[in-house]
Design a protein around this ligand. Sequence first.
Ligand code: ADP
Ligand code: MG
Length: 243
Amino acid sequence: MNHNSASIDTEQNPLVRLTHVRRTYTAGEMDIEVLRDVNLTVAQGESIAIRGVSGSGKSTLLNIMGGIDCATSGQVEVCGWTLNGLSSKEFTRFRREKVGFIFQFYNLLPTLSALENVMVGPESAGFPQSKARARAEEYLEAVGLADKAWKFPEQLSGGEQQRIAIARALAKEPPLILADEPTGSLDEDTAAMVLQLLDRLKLEHRLTFIVVTHNPALSDHTDRSLFLHNGSLSELTPNRIAH
Ligand SMILES: Nc1ncnc2c1ncn2[C@@H]1O[C@H](COP(=O)(O)OP(=O)(O)O)[C@@H](O)[C@H]1O
Ligand SMILES: [Mg+2]
């Protein structure tokens, strides 16, 4: 058996382990329990779709895994870090080094070119500029936009902007990619293109990928689908049988 880093045992060494995660918000006198008891283990190289209706807590959950938000209680372990009780400085370091985020509304910087936007990913992870530039060129090519390197976001279509945002997340080569409704702003055909792109990149780069969505089509593209309902996750049937 091949014991490279890509064949780490899920039980021995999961990339993500959430144990009894709870998240409440206080609104006036009331406590709103958004996540009640979330348990999740994700192995390296696995792709997971988390579905659920709007307001079910999908973004909250993703943000907790990405060190943007904190659990009220429970254990959050991601990429070898225990995220409970980190300082804000440590949270920043964790996010920069470990996580590539893809958001619904791309979050590109309007004053930077496509290439410069992609460079933000590896630069934030601490790569020197020459390396960040090489990575950015490589991943712009991978998303099929090498010829748009010097365009600004407003000169690009929604699908192209999302592909730039994907390149930015991947160019860090982070252990974990988190995507929040990555096709939510795209028309059906463009969304399908972006999903095919993610499929290909996942295979080529062996990404660990967690995507939250209310789009059932998206979960056909992942190894596992989970459903967030009433503050906890349940497993849907596996989408694919491993070869
Ligand atoms: N900062 C906050 N303060 C209070 N309530 C919040 C906050 N963020 C999210 N919520 C509430 O938590 C619930 C889940 O939100 P969210 O995680 O954005 O759901 P989803 O991404 O599934 O649509 C919603 O009812 C939302 O109003
Ligand atoms: Mg959301």
